[in-house]
Design a protein around this ligand. Structure first.
Ligand code: ADP
Length: 159
């Protein structure tokens, strides 16, 4: 049984994340989204809301699940018996940060591989911050996120 984890903030999940999960889930028996609880990004959505939206948005992928986690990603990978960490790469600008992170993770535990994948080009410019900004300013995000994600964002910003 080969298992991979997909760590991130996912505030909220969008179609770029789903594209990466769909691709990676074909290469492994199981893919687990791991949603960071204690990050300094001050998320709009609670950890539970982010996990729920991931589960709802990936229910068509039967080997994908989602959990929250605190602490070091490599330790979490060991705890759930994963062999690798998957991360998405959009631009060269992502590479520098991801390279540093991968090197630190190898330093912490060289048994856990770091893998990178590019999404379909239509998702290259997509990120969670842009999605939230567009909703907040009254724009349409139908092509960027599944409907439950749009609904929760609309309800947050209409308060
Ligand atoms: P972070 O982990 O930096 O808080 P996110 O939770 O938004 O960021 O992203 C989690 C992972 O998904 C990261 O590897 C990130 O590069 C990747 N990702 C984010 N947006 C996209 C996208 N549009 N296409 C592919 N991968 C993406």
């Amino acid at each position: 049984m080969s298992r991979i984890i997909y760590p991130g903030t996912f505030d909220p999940i969008h179609n770029g994340h789903i594209d990466i999960a769909a691709r990676a889930s074909k290469l492994f028996d199981e893919l687990i989204f791991v949603v960071a609880v204690n990050n300094d990004k001050n998320p709009l959505l609670s950890t539970e809301e982010r996990v729920e939206l991931i589960l709802d948005s990936t229910k068509h992928l039967d080997n994908v699940s989602a959990h929250k986690f605190t602490g070091l990603v490599v330790n979490y990978a060991v705890d759930c018996d994963a062999v690798a960490i998957i991360r998405g790469l959009r631009h060269v600008s992502d590479f520098e940060f991801e390279f540093q992170m991968a090197m630190m993770n190898y330093h912490l535990n060289s048994d856990i591989a770091s893998l990178f994948m590019m999404p379909d080009e239509k998702y290259i410019h997509l990120n969670s911050t842009v999605v939230k900004d567009v909703v907040r300013l009254g724009g349409d995000i139908d092509e960027f996120v599944p409907k439950p994600v749009k609904d929760i964002l609309l309800s947050k910003y209409s308060r």
